[in-house]
Design a protein around this ligand. Structure first.
Ligand code: TLP
Length: 361
């Protein structure tokens, strides 16, 4: 997903991802003032405070601060599964697509993918059908993993009812349920429900502070005391034991306290962007499909490919990532403004027009 575009100006409108957010002034102040200690000894007061707050927000017994969402997912999967065990997950999931197959490479965990539907869900009957019976030919199914919001399905939200249905299925079959909640905050704000409600039936959840919440670094996993005990061991095994990382947790605390409700702005900007883009000749998307801060759109003008449009936009200071031959992704985040959105829509319209007149006889 990472583009190698040279930036033409110091301040482009950077819609490549919400991972590009900069820490807020309040975060920088909190970082400078943070009390710290050695977290491998459990002695960093700021990390301890963050972990308590995350556990409370997610309705879980305990939480663990980790450097990234990728590590959070990896140690969650490794905490639930042994070598040769199988996990059921979506073929569009971040764990399957963008984590270098870490669960298989590091933990020998076998991925069983099911198609993500356009709304980000997996068909519950298909999940049930994929659960292995006790047969010596088969791996042992241990885990179901969902993603909320679902990034590659356009930041779509999975509802509490759906999450509960999959949780009930997992429980009925003695399986664990993990939720990749890198953008769970966005899902909760979009649905108007608490994050805890969305993961009430999950055995583990990973969340990120460094996406829409704008902290510079950091994620967490949450679950039962017993799960966190295993996850803590796994974090150390993969090299994620941190020392005076309270400077990072301090920013994450500000993120949780000040930046969650603000995500509604990003969602409004994404809808505005989607409506603007949908009105451009040569762009195809359904604005009704945009539920949070991620906008996928296709360039359908003859002769155009996504990479060309991305390059043309970069030349005028608008950064979006091509994600397939005709498809691009734009992600709204702090501190993208309504004016940035108007400029982006205008830039896309102009880029396509310019090329059209250039290629005209
Ligand atoms: N997603 C990034 C890229 O890796 C694709 C992005 O720009 O969207 N789960 C989900 C659903 C994610 O979208 C991401 C990051 C992660 C996990 C991983 O988080 P980090 O980057 O902290 O390892």
């Amino acid at each position: 997903m990472h583009s190698t575009i040279d930036l033409p100006t110091a301040f482009p409108i950077d819609l490549r991802s919400d991972t590009v957010t900069q820490p807020t002034p309040a975060m920088r102040q909190a970082m400078a003032a943070a009390l710290v200690g050695d977290d491998v000894y459990g002695e960093d007061p700021t990390i301890n405070r963050l972990e308590e707050m995350v556990a409370a927000r997610l309705g879980k017994e305990a939480a663990l601060f980790v450097p990234s969402g990728t590590m959070g997912n990896l140690i969650a999967v490794l905490s639930h599964c042994g070598r040769g065990d199988e996990m059921i997950l979506g073929d569009q999931s971040h764990i399957f697509h963008y984590e270098q197959g870490g669960a298989a490479a590091v933990g020998g965990v076998h991925p069983r993918t099911l198609p993500n539907r356009p709304d980000g869900t997996l068909d519950v009957q298909q999940i049930e059908d994929a659960i292995r019976s006790d047969n010596e030919h088969y791996p042992i199914t241990r885990l179901i993993a969902l993603e909320n919001t679902q990034n590659r399905c356009g930041g779509s939200v999975l509802t509490p009812d759906y999450m509960e249905a999959v949780g009930a299925l997992a429980q009925a079959h003695g399986l664990k349920l993990h939720v990749d909640g890198a953008r769970l905050w966005n899902a909760a704000v979009a649905l108007g429900v608490s994050p805890a409600r969305l993961v009430a039936t999950a055995d583990s959840v990973s969340v990120c502070f460094s996406k829409g919440l704008a902290a510079p670094v950091g994620s967490a996993v949450a679950g039962s005391q017993e799960f966190i005990r295993r996850a803590r061991r796994m974090r150390k095994q993969v090299g994620g034991g941190m020392r005076q990382a309270g400077v990072l947790a301090a920013a994450a605390l500000v993120a949780l306290e000040e930046m969650v409700e603000r995500l509604a702005e990003d969602h409004a900007h994404a809808r505005r962007l989607a409506h603007g883009l949908a009105a451009i000749d040569g762009i195809r998307l359904d604005p009704a499909s945009v539920q949070t801060n991620i906008v996928y759109f296709d360039v359908v003008k003859p002769g155009w490919r996504a990479a060309q449009l991305s390059t043309a936009l970069a030349a005028v200071g608008v950064l979006v990532n091509p994600t397939a031959s005709q498809r691009l992704r734009a992600v709204t985040h702090y501190p993208i403004t309504a004016v940035d959105i108007e400029r982006t829509v205008a830039a896309v319209g102009e880029a396509l027009l310019t090329e059209f007149s250039r290629s005209a006889p």
